[in-house]
Design a protein around this ligand. Structure first.
Ligand SMILES: C[S@@+](CC[C@H](N)C(=O)[O-])C[C@H]1O[C@@H](n2cnc3c(N)ncnc32)[C@H](O)[C@@H]1O
Length: 401
């Protein structure tokens, strides 16, 4: 741990520290037995180790009492906009169309989008949730069974892996790609190295660089070729060499329909700015961001920004076309935020609710909040005419990718 980076963070309670120590012990044993582990594997353990990882153990995580607030946690305007956008899509796709949500978090999005779809009178045949965390799945189940009418709850199903048979519908993921275990690479004497986590003589975790394997080196060289320049010596950043395989795995069987990803990130040349010499990796602990991924493993969320050019490439190679790439603010406005806000405002019970609605709009759209940091990428396959607002297609910034 680097105290200068983390000394101003809130102290963990004794049980939290004990929890982190258990994960630490598990990591030490793995590293002692097998040698230094790639950073991506370390991140995977920190987030998803059964019963120990950040997403797989019973901590609050989301919302005011947790470590970060996502768009669906702010209130229901975000999900209502997406319901408004998807309503005509489901109408065109017909009765057999499903909605697949990846990484459902607290279940806030599923609840709000399904309630809005009920109000709009067009429901998907099934609402599938692919959620790797058993703990979050349980919380989603509890929340949705309490909030939804029984006949709508009956359409919700949790799946362990992406559908194998061909299907039609909509795949949606908010802030999931940023949570995929990322590879960290660094350049030394023109060669690609991969960051690993090792142990020092006292059993403390430390970061070491080892020559990258062909998959990682090949992915970094591809980025260099696309940028038209080589990375400087000492340059360090993140890359997801497995992204094309992941997209193929989750969406390969989606024959007709849309995929919508919303996340924070940049186009490639902004992601790999020469001055961004240590990548985009961030840790979050009780609403404070810091940059030490070795601090209290298992208690911190670890994330990296998304290279949206890489996402577009991955979607294209899985057979999808990018229909629109837009900052979140413009995306929500094109999806009908104004109308959704006015309806909610009209039906608001009191000034507190009205104030909250106005705050939601600000947080979702202001450039220094989520409005420009977050991007929406909409893909389509097998739908020659897209039943989405012209304003969304007009706002497309795909040429920047
Ligand atoms: C930052 S949270 C976002 C949760 C929710 N979408 C929201 O916006 O509040 C990341 C979510 O992605 C899930 N996740 C991580 N890896 C995943 C994967 N490979 N497939 C599906 N979900 C995944 C996590 O368990 C968690 O629910």
């Amino acid at each position: 741990m680097n105290p200068s980076k983390t000394s101003r963070l809130p102290e963990p309670a004794a049980d939290e520290r004990a929890h982190s120590d258990r994960l630490l012990q598990h990591l030490r044993e793995q590293i002692a037995a097998r040698g230094p582990m790639p950073f991506s594997q370390y991140m995977e353990r920190c987030l998803y180790a059964p019963g120990l990882g950040y997403y797989s153990a019973g901590k609050t995580k989301f919302g005011e009492a947790g470590d970060f607030v996502t768009a669906p946690e702010l209130g229901d305007l975000f999900a209502r906009c997406i319901a408004q956008l998807m309503q005509p899509v489901f109408a065109v796709l017909g009765d057999e169309a499903d909605f697949l949500e990846l990484g459902g978090g607290s279940g806030a999005f599923a609840e709000a989008v399904l309630l809005a779809l009920i109000a709009g009178g067009v429901l998907p045949r099934r609402y599938l949730i692919l959620e790797p965390s058993a703990d979050l799945r349980e919380r989603q189940r509890e929340r949705l069974s309490a909030a939804l009418p029984a006949d709508v709850f009956a359409r919700v199903a949790w799946i362990d892996r992406p559908p194998e048979e061909s299907w039609r519908g909509v795949l949606f993921a908010n802030e999931v790609i940023d949570a995929l275990p990322t590879t960290r690479f660094m350049m030394r004497h023109g060669e690609v190295y991969e960051e690993h986590i090792a142990l020092d003589g006292d059993g403390r975790l430390l970061r070491v660089d080892r020559p990258a394997d062909a998959l990682v080196a090949g992915a970094v060289r591809h980025v260099e070729r696309d940028l038209g320049r080589e990375f400087d010596d000492g340059y360090r950043s993140e890359i997801l060499p497995q992204l094309p395989y992941w997209i193929q795995a989750i969406a390969g069987s989606l024959e007709v329909g849309l995929m919508l990803f919303i996340d924070y990130g940049y186009v490639r040349r902004e992601f790999y700015l020469p001055e961004r010499q240590d990548g985009t990796l961030m840790a979050h602990y009780r609403h404070r961001a810091h940059s030490d991924p070795l601090y209290l493993p298992g208690l911190n969320d670890l994330t990296a920004s998304v290279d949206f050019t890489a996402l577009a490439e991955a979607g294209n190679s899985a057979g999808f076309g990018v229909a629109a790439y837009v900052p979140q603010a413009q995306f929500l406005i094109a999806a009908g935020l104004q109308q959704v806000f006015e309806q909610a405002y009209e039906h608001a019970a009191d000034d507190v609710v009205r104030y909250d609605l106005a705050q939601q709009v600000k947080k979702l759209t202001l450039p220094d909040q989520m409005g420009e940091r977050f991007q929406a990428m909409l893909f389509a396959r097998g739908m020659p005419a897209l039943p989405v607002p012209e304003a969304l297609l007009d706002a497309d910034q795909g040429e920047r990718l």
